[in-house]
Design a protein around this ligand. Structure first.
Ligand SMILES: [Zn+2]
Length: 278
């Protein structure tokens, strides 16, 4: 499932390819996406009519196409969604749900076989109040995400584990299972440690661990286990950098102990019993 580094990689790839270009048309499959929500075809048509792309940005796991019409198209890739650039002459794959026609006979396509993704559109001034973005926590790559801000967010919780804290998008936005496991390993914090009992020194380590694991993943253009591809169809390479995620039973590269897996909130957590303390 794409997390912050994968969406950031997509935004960086699409930015030079899309900014300044006009959108000349729109096609939708008519199939519902996440939560059986229909694609808002009419609102999208109104937003793209005569518009150009003025910016491609990211908020947490959402990709934003900002348009000259003062509308913003918001895309969440769900489990298996992809945004691809393709020549209009190449037939779209079966699971293509939204097509933005561009100039020079090119198309931006939203492909989503499992249909857990989301495409929405909002007037720019209403974007922050949208149900998707309202209430999101700080983005770890945003300058506003300081060690003090993290410590404050930690202390506002009651009795939740640090792993659950990291996965809660209202606390820290953009982090999913892979990078939560990796950041906790880098910080030396056991995934079952209580979020509200973390000392300021350990919160600083976690802050550094989050920044480091996410920045590194962006530099390797995301993690590909199965579905994730960038807009040109390339896999990421961060899967070769992971220290604990999906490495249960292997040796820790730092201390040599056997890496373990436990289940929290019905999801696997990977950790090192030697390096990570409660
Ligand atoms: Zn270790």
């Amino acid at each position: 499932m794409p997390e912050l580094p994968e969406v950031e990689t997509i935004a960086r790839a699409l930015r030079p390819a899309l900014v300044g270009r006009p959108i000349s048309g729109l096609r939708v499959s008519g199939m519902p996406l996440r939560l059986r929500r229909p694609i808002p075809a009419r609102a999208l048509e109104r937003a793209v009519a005569g518009a150009r792309v003025v910016a491609v940005t990211r908020r947490a796991k959402y990709l934003l196409l900002e348009l000259s019409s003062q509308f913003v198209v918001l895309v969440h890739l769900g489990m298996s969604g992809r945004l691809t650039l393709a020549p209009a002459s190449v037939p779209p794959s079966r699971h293509t749900h939204v097509v933005f026609a561009l100039d020079r006979d090119e198309e931006l396509r939203f492909v989503d076989p499992r249909r857990f993704g989301l495409v929405a559109v909002y007037p720019r001034e209403q974007l922050d109040l949208s149900p998707e973005l309202r209430g999101l926590g700080a983005d770890p790559l945003d300058p506003a995400f300081t060690p003090e801000a993290l410590l404050q967010a930690l202390q506002a919780t009651h009795g939740c584990s640090i792993k659950a804290f990291l996965l809660n998008q209202r606390r820290v936005a953009g982090v999913g299972n892979i990078y939560a496991c990796e950041a906790l390993f880098l910080a030396g914090i056991h995934p079952q440690a209580s979020a509200d009992r973390l000392s300021p020194a350990r919160a600083r380590k976690l802050h550094r661990g989050l920044k480091r694991t996410l920045t590194r993943a962006v530099s390797y253009r995301g993690t590909t286990f199965r579905d994730y591809r960038d807009p040109l169809g390339e896999s990421g390479e961060n899967q070769y950098q992971l220290q604990v995620y999906m490495r249960e039973g292997e040796r820790c590269k730092r201390c040599g102990r056997t890496l373990r897996r436990l289940v929290q909130q019905a999801r696997s957590t990977f950790y090192c019993p030697g390096c990570q303390r409660v």
